[in-house]
Design a protein around this ligand. Structure first.
Ligand code: SF4
Length: 142
């Protein structure tokens, strides 16, 4: 099984705040060439660091009120195609992100409140048939 993984879990400094969120298992998978790290927000043309965004009413809104949906949608589509081209069929994604989160994500209020939902890239991956895992719910047996 080859995984596509959120690049910040692989130690890339691509988070909105310029930091990473390293996960030892994900880093090992990448080193073993069993995982491909991608950041859909970077691939969508957003800079690092960048203003935080959250999903609200089917759109992606920045903390200063701009509609960033097109950047997120473009980055998610590019990232899905790259993942397919690399032969990935499963994903390990950073939880709660407006791109990579699934299950629970921030609710768009920028108050740290969670709600049920999925990020833009996670939704595309799921619809394309990828098995989804997160750093808080890693594949069994790893
Ligand atoms: S978009 Fe995904 S890969 Fe990129 S920094 Fe956010 S959580 Fe990490």
């Amino acid at each position: 099984m080859r995984y596509v993984v959120s690049a910040c879990l692989a130690g890339h400094f691509c988070r909105y705040d310029g930091r990473s969120h390293p996960c030892a298992l994900v880093i090992r998978l990448v080193q073993s060439k069993l995982a491909v790290p991608l950041c859909p927000e970077c691939l969508g043309g957003l800079e690092t660091p960048r203003i935080p965004c959250e999903c609200r009413d089917g759109r992606v809104i920045s903390r200063d009120g701009r509609d960033m949906t097109e950047f997120f949608a473009h980055g998610a589509a590019v990232s899905l195609e790259l993942a397919k081209k690399e032969g990935c069929r499963a994903a390990i994604l950073k939880s709660r992100s407006p791109s990579c989160g699934f299950g629970l994500i921030y609710d768009g209020s920028f108050r740290g409140t969670l709600c049920r939902g999925e990020g833009v890239w996670a939704a595309l991956l799921r619809r394309a048939g990828f098995a989804l895992f997160s750093e808080e719910n890693l594949p069994e047996g790893m």
